[in-house]
Design a protein around this ligand. Structure first.
Ligand code: GLN
Length: 190
């Protein structure tokens, strides 16, 4: 049975739990969605979702709890949204603890003051998806092994490297399970 964890150290996680359960149902896949607060809980997971919140705080706690070591030692695939995207990167415009999993550089709060929060339809995996952006980061640059999944104008807002996926926006605040389904289907691949 597939176990998907939602990192629960800071920030709102219940929406991610709900939509992940819904995605499993839609796919008709047997699975369990658990909250991850400790390294032990992390070690039970086939994949982990890191949601929005304050990336500096989440980063510190990931290191302190040892969850970072469990993720990196076991190459657990990560689906990072918003603050989660920041944590997946190797570099940002701040000095903060990161996971360095996707070979990309990220800009925090990249969409400026007036547009700190907005909604805009984006195209991803050739489909339209409602993008909810909240003080969202964007991707400044990627290395060749990183696949760009979506851009807003010229700005990169979604990427994938192996089974790891990062989004600038918040899929858990929509009722569209498509992107969670993509992450889950990847976890089933050998
Ligand atoms: N701006 C936040 C950060 O830098 C991320 C915002 C969010 O997750 N909604 O950590």
């Amino acid at each position: 049975m597939l176990i998907i964890g939602v990192l629960d150290l800071q920030g709102a996680v219940s929406e991610h739990i709900d939509i992940t359960k819904k995605a499993l149902n839609t796919l008709n896949i047997k699975g369990k969605v658990i909250n991850v607060r400790s390294s032990e809980e992390a070690s039970n997971c086939d994949g982990i979702i890191i949601a929005g919140g304050e990336s500096t705080v989440i980063g510190k706690l990931i290191y302190q709890t040892g969850i970072k070591d469990v993720i990196l030692d076991n190459s657990i695939p990560i689906f990072g949204t918003c603050a989660g995207m920041i944590l997946l990167s190797k570099k940002t415009d701040y000095d903060q603890p990161l996971l360095n999993i996707i070979d990309m550089e990220v800009s925090r709060n990249s969409f400026g003051r007036q547009r700190e929060s907005f909604e805009k339809e984006v195209t991803i995996f050739d489909k339209k998806y409602p993008g909810v952006f909240i003080r969202a980061p964007s991707v400044k640059n990627v290395e060749d092994n990183v696949k760009i999944l979506s851009k807003l104008d010229e700005t990169i807002i979604a990427v994938k490297q192996g089974k790891n996926m990062a989004l600038s926006f918040h899929p858990e605040l929509t009722d569209n399970t498509f992107l969670h389904e993509r992450f889950i289907l990847d976890l089933l691949e050998k």
